[in-house]
Every structure is written in structure tokens, then in C-alpha cells.
Design a protein around this ligand. Structure first.
Ligand SMILES: [Zn+2]
Length: 546
């Protein structure tokens, strides 16, 4: 078992299982950057190991459709040999939509499976086991090869009352436990949380309460992939005689996929298109959108600063953040909440109500998984080291011998055999940063590896602005590396400065108050300018000071 990503961080989950000269890959996820990773849109795991050993790869198995499990596929597909990619209907629906957008659909061999299906890939046999999670179609994998069976849980919780009625497959997990399981690799995301994670149904009750107290327009922001949540919002809206508006590109796309697959039900005549919202009374509408993580370009962030095409927030409206801020996003979320409050909206979020529940198992559920599977070896996965260690401590407390547990991080090689567990030499691992998913650039994703950086270079723009007036109070100063020699191209650098100086006064006051939004505008403007003028695409890193 070789984790290439997801052991030591939350995100970019990617695990190799190898038996002699054959291997299968489980999940190809990405990670979203920290706030301090300026100019980086996406973080991927280093796949040098897969590139070198590519001929051994038999198949790719996707556990579910969250970005941290499938998101890197579009970036890495070209570097991997063309092997079958397996997943359930919803998972592949999401994968297909992304591949189609980038014109890569032909490059992938997608094969749909149902829970309890078994797939043979070389000397591996893999069975999909249904679990409950914050996305439809989530599964664990039972991976069997001549050395034994590994249960790779993927993300899961054990929700006895899932919204879609598809239950956690206790029976199959227990059956594997009865047969004997060599190793359990289990989700550690919530291993620090005691007790059980609340059922998704609890959110329905909280939504119902919040809707009952709402007077004006209701906006609910949640994760675009959380179709069960969308279903609950639709049902509660229906009960309160409101129509729904689905807003935001990724939310609209995922809703279409789920409707097409028959996994989401919106009653006839209940959906209103964003462009026609004006024809309805505000108090008869619910807007379902993304942006619950404070993403600066999302519909919710635009609403918060009065920068949306079809809609503005008015006093008396209710905005519900049906999600929890992912670590690293707290400040952005907080800013969005403050902007909304300033506009007179009532804001309901996780800190004040049960308006969100997690999709990951807490300690009692993790113990339940362990007892069902009764593995010989235990390896905590999916989490930062602190989560992996908390999970280990939990399993130790259940009486598992310490020598049969391996807490490992990316690049480790865990050799599992009936004779024992041992660590081999590490393989290449690390992170790759991707830049180029800004507004208006969809479909033009550029993998910025060192080679490309060397060709197009980097441009750092430092500018201090007075956020009340948009006036430049310092700079702009431009530092170029590998793009042009500064002393030879004074003229060009002056032009870039002028582009920035001209742009700032045209921006809205509320946008000027958001450094991230200003940076995005500067970046897009300068990039377009350089692309048009010289056909070059340097990495542009604006740093906005106040
Ligand atoms: Zn997930």
C-alpha cells in the first residue's frame, strides 16, 4: 500500500495498491491551496512514481465524486496509461462533465459500476461496498489479491437514515470480516470527534426552522456536490411554498447531472431560472448556490458585495451557510458573513444552528467499522498527521496490537503480508501547484510545472491601495523572474504598471475592500494584456496591500 497523497494532509487522496508487478490506483484527488499560496489554484500530488511504473497499472478505482478524490484526474490523465476508470453513476457523471469541458472525454475509458459489483483488474479483484457520505454514490472498496484483502474505506460515515435511502452496507463489511481481512485503511478526517456524526436528516429539521423564521428572500449556500443537501433544501422549500433557483456554474452543472441520473427530484414547475427571478416575489423564492467557503468568485461572494447580475441582497433577507468552513477558509467565510450582515441580511450558519452536519465518521462509527472488518493490520488514511494519530489511538484503545498499526505519510511503502507488516523504501512524492483556472479561462488550464515556468516566467505585482478610493498609495512595483530582463524592458513594465493604475479606480468600493478580489481582477487584466500583446502567459502574482 503506497499513499501518494492524503496521508499527512486533508485532500489530494491517491493510493496505490501493488502486488508483484501489478498495481491499481484508488482515487485521483486534488487539494485546494492555503490562503498564503498566492497565485495557486489547485494542488496535486506528485505522480513521478506512477509515471515510472505506469505499465504496471491495471485500473483506476474512484470511491466517490468529491474533488479531493477525483479532481486531479483531468490534470493527470495525459500522464497516466489509458486504463479503465471505475466508479458509480454519480461519480462518473461528475468526472464526465469535467472531462467534456476540457475536451478530454475520449482520453478516458470510463466504466460504471453498482454497489456490490466486482471488477477484475489483473490479479486484483475489487468490490464496491455502499457507504453513506456527503455525496451520492459513495463507496468503500474491498481490494483482494493473492496476499489477502484490504478494505479501503474512502470517505464515509454511518448514517442510519440517509436522505436517498441508500444504506451503509453493514452486511458486506461483516462478511469480509468473517472471511478475514488483511488490512483496513480507514477515513481519519473526524477521528478527533467523540460520539457519532449527526444524520443528514437533522439538517432538514434545522432548515425547516430557519425557513419558518424567514421573511424575505432565502439564499442557501452549500457544496455543489452535496446533492442530498440540495434535495432537502428543495423539499423544505416546497413545504414552505417557495420555488427554487439554482445559481452558480458548478451548482447548476451538478444539479443537471443528478437530475439526468434520476438521483435528484425537483417537482414540476418548482424551478425558476436565474434570469427570470425578477418575475417572482422575493419571499416566494429560495436560491441554492455555492460559495459557502467564501470563494471570492462564487455567486455568494458576489451577492455579499453587491456584484451579481440577477440579484442583490436586501434588508430582511435570510442567508443560510449550510456547510462548515474548511480549515484555511475561516477568514474568507467570516468576511462574506460580515458583508451580508452589513447589507441587512440575517445570516444562519453552523456556529449558531445544526444547519450542517459532517460527511465523515466520528469515533463511535470508526470503531464500528473496525469491529465489522476486524483487520489484521490497521492504517489510518485521509487526514493530517494529527487525525491519523487520533485514529490510531482510538484503534489502540480497542485492543489492537501497536505493532500491527502503521501511521504513515505520503510516499511511504507499507508491505502487507500474512507474515507481517513492514515499511519499505519511500517512493517519490510531493506536491505540484497549478495556476490557471481564473475567471474566463475555463478550458484553458495550464499545468505550471517547472518547465513551463522557465519558459514564461513569473511576474509579481506589488501595489498598495487606499481601499476607500481605489487610489494607488504605493507602487505598483513589478518584479519579473524569467519573463523579461527588467533593465531591457522598462517600457513593457511601465505599460503593465499603467494597466494596473487604470484598472483600480474602475472597481467598486466593496470590491476594493476585498484584497483577494482586487488581486484576481489585476491578475486577469494583466494576463489578458500580455497574452494579447505578446502571446505570453507568465504566472502573475499580485500582492495587494492596504
Ligand atoms: Zn468525500
Amino acid at each position: 500500500m503506497i499513499p501518494l497523497g492524503g496521508c499527512g494532509e486533508v485532500g489530494m487522496n491517491m493510493t496505490v495498491y501493488r502486488h508483484r508487478e501489478e498495481m491499481v490506483l484508488v482515487d485521483v484527488g486534488l487539494m485546494f491551496p492555503d490562503e498564503e499560496m498566492l497565485g495557486v489554484d489547485v494542488v496535486l500530488a506528485d505522480i513521478s512514481f506512477l509515471r515510472e511504473q505506469g505499465r504496471e497499472l491495471q485500473a483506476i478505482f474512484l470511491t466517490h465524486g468529491h474533488e479531493d478524490h477525483i479532481g486531479a484526474l483531468v490534470y493527470l490523465l495525459r500522464d497516466l496509461p489509458k486504463v479503465p476508470i471505475y466508479g458509480t453513476a454519480m461519480t462518473l457523471g461528475l468526472v464526465k462533465a469535467k472531462l467534456r469541458e476540457l475536451g478530454l472525454l475520449q482520453a478516458a475509458e470510463l466504466r460504471q459500476v453498482e454497489p456490490r459489483d466486482r471488477v477484475v483488474a489483473g490479479r486484483f479483484e475489487v468490490e464496491y461496498l455502499q457507504v453513506t457520505h456527503s455525496i451520492l454514490g459513495g463507496c468503500s472498496l474491498a481490494i483482494t489479491c493473492p496476499a489477502g484483502t484490504v478494505i479501503h474505506t474512502g470517505d464515509f460515515k454511518i448514517d442510519p437514515h440517509p436522505v436517498d435511502g441508500r444504506l451503509f452496507d453493514t452486511e458486506r463489511f461483516r462478511a469480509y470480516g468473517d472471511q478475514g481481512v488483511l488490512a483496513l485503511c480507514s477515513d481519519s478526517t473526524n477521528a478527533e470527534n467523540p460520539g457519532r456524526t449527526l444524520s443528514e436528516r437533522e439538517v432538514g429539521k434545522a432548515l425547516d426552522e430557519a425557513f419558518g423564521e424567514a421573511g424575505g428572500l432565502i439564499v442557501v449556500a452549500t457544496f455543489a456536490s452535496h446533492i442530498q443537501r440540495v434535495q432537502q433544501i428543495v423539499e423544505v422549500a416546497d413545504a414552505h411554498h417557495r420555488k427554487v433557483v439554482v445559481m452558480g456554474r458548478s451548482m447548476e452543472r451538478n444539479v443537471e447531472i443528478a437530475l439526468e441520473l434520476g438521483l435528484l427530484h425537483i417537482p414540476q414547475g418548482m424551478r425558476v431560472m436565474p434570469a427570470r427571478m425578477g418575475e417572482y416575489h422575493r419571499e416566494r423564492l429560495v436560491v441554492i448556490t455555492t460559495g459557502s467557503q467564501g470563494e471570492p468568485l462564487s455567486a455568494l461572494s458576489r451577492l455579499a458585495v453587491g456584484d451579481h447580475r440577477y440579484l442583490s441582497i436586501e434588508p430582511g433577507d435570510t442567508v443560510i451557510l449550510s456547510s462548515k468552513a474548511i480549515p484555511g477558509n475561516e477568514r474568507s467565510v467570516s468576511r462574506v458573513i460580515n458583508h451580508l450582515l452589513r447589507r441587512g441580511a440575517r445570516v444562519v450558519h453552523g456556529k449558531v444552528s445544526e444547519i450542517h452536519v459532517s460527511g465523515h465518521a466520528a469515533q463511535e462509527e470508526l470503531a464500528e467499522m473496525y469491529r465489522l472488518v476486524r483487520p489484521r493490520y490497521f492504517i489510518p488514511v485521509h487526514g493530517e498527521l494529527r487525525h491519523l494519530v487520533a485514529h490510531r489511538d482510538l484503534i489502540l484503545s480497542l485492543g489492537h496490537p501497536a505493532k500491527d498499526i502503521a501511521v504513515v505519510e505520503d510516499g511511504a511503502v507499507v508491505e502487507l503480508s500474512p507474515r507481517g507488516l513492514r515499511l519499505g523504501d519511500e517512493v517519490a512524492h510531493g506536491r505540484t501547484f497549478v495556476d490557471g483556472k481564473g475567471v474566463g479561462e475555463v478550458g484553458d488550464v495550464v499545468l505550471r510545472d517547472r518547465r513551463l515556468l522557465a519558459e514564461d516566467g513569473t511576474l509579481v505585482i506589488v501595489v498598495g491601495i487606499d481601499h476607500a478610493t481605489g487610489e494607488v498609495v504605493q507602487g505598483p512595483d513589478i518584479i519579473s523572474r524569467g519573463f523579461v530582463y527588467e533593465d531591457e524592458s522598462q517600457e513593457l513594465l511601465e505599460e503593465i504598471k499603467q494597466v494596473v493604475v487604470d484598472l483600480l479606480p474602475t472597481l467598486d468600493k466593496e470590491i476594493l475592500a476585498e484584497r483577494a478580489l482586487v488581486a484576481v481582477r489585476i491578475r486577469n487584466k494583466v494576463r489578458r494584456y500580455l497574452d494579447r500583446k505578446m502571446g505570453r502567459r507568465p504566472m502573475v502574482l499580485p500582492m495587494v496591500l492596504e
